[in-house]
Design a protein around this ligand. Structure first.
Ligand code: URA
Length: 238
């Protein structure tokens, strides 16, 4: 198991600065496996029982956050012009090295998964792993549903010649503006917009509602975020 300096492990939980942590350790406020430790450089792992003033540090090596992304926010860790999905997280969820696992367009809303676990992100984004991404898309001009279903199932060929993996399409609202549920297994640039464009219509509203078997929490308002539990995390890769 990976070992890190004690002060680094505590500071990585995002509650105190590294300097604050060093001072807490000097003052004898920190114990590891029941023994008070005054050396910040002691190497510990995430399996060690670290207590601060007798309170267990609830520490996880990595964090996984579900954000209901609003429009106007970019899927990045930092941006010179726009607010990012990491900027809008509440302070208690912020920690170093967070990034969105996959990009939603600036005008797309819904489930943005933010983590500091690079291997996990790689796994869920890899087309070879086939983790479904489910979207609700409203389009401008009516299309023939059966024809569209077949085109999506066969694998749409984009304007630049890219052949997409098979995708599922279901009509969920047939009013003047049709609304569809779309399930894709990869995440090419503007993929859903380009898939519908290939059928001669435009996406006017797009929301991601699930990643793998984990649905966006309906209690999360746009702009709100919460931690993904361990059990929920398993649903993503199921
Ligand atoms: N497909 C798109 O076109 N945009 C997104 O944000 C996500 C999928």
């Amino acid at each position: 198991m990976k070992k890190e300096r004690l002060d680094k492990v505590i500071a990585s939980q995002g509650l105190w600065s590294r300097n604050d942590v060093k001072n807490m350790i000097k003052r004898g406020e920190v114990s590891v496996n029941g023994v008070v430790v005054k050396d910040s450089s002691l190497k510990v792992s995430y399996a060690d029982d670290i207590k601060i003033n007798g309170q267990s540090l609830s520490q996880t090596e990595y964090v996984y956050i579900m954000l209901n992304k609003p429009k106007g926010v970019v899927s990045a860790s930092e941006d010179k012009r726009d607010k990012t999905v990491v900027d809008i997280l509440p302070d208690e969820l912020k920690r170093k090295n967070l990034f969105p696992a996959g990009r939603l367009d600036k005008d797309t809303t819904g489930f943005s998964l933010i983590t500091d676990d690079g291997d996990f992100a790689h796994r869920i984004l890899s087309p070879a792993r086939h983790v479904d991404k489910t979207y609700i898309a409203q389009v401008s001009d009516k299309i023939d549903v059966e024809n569209a279903k077949k085109a999506f199932a066969d694998g749409v060929v984009l304007g630049d010649g890219t052949v997409l993996l098979s995708a599922e399409l279901e009509l969920i609202d047939d009013s003047e503006r049709q609304t569809f549920k779309v399930v894709i297994k990869e995440g090419k640039y503007h993929q859903i917009k380009r898939m519908f464009a290939s059928l001669g219509t435009s996406v006017i509203e797009l929301k991601r509602v699930a990643i793998g078997g984990l649905a966006l929490d309906p209690d999360l308002q746009e702009g709100e975020a919460r931690i993904i539990t361990e059990n929920e995390l398993k649903l993503i890769e199921k």
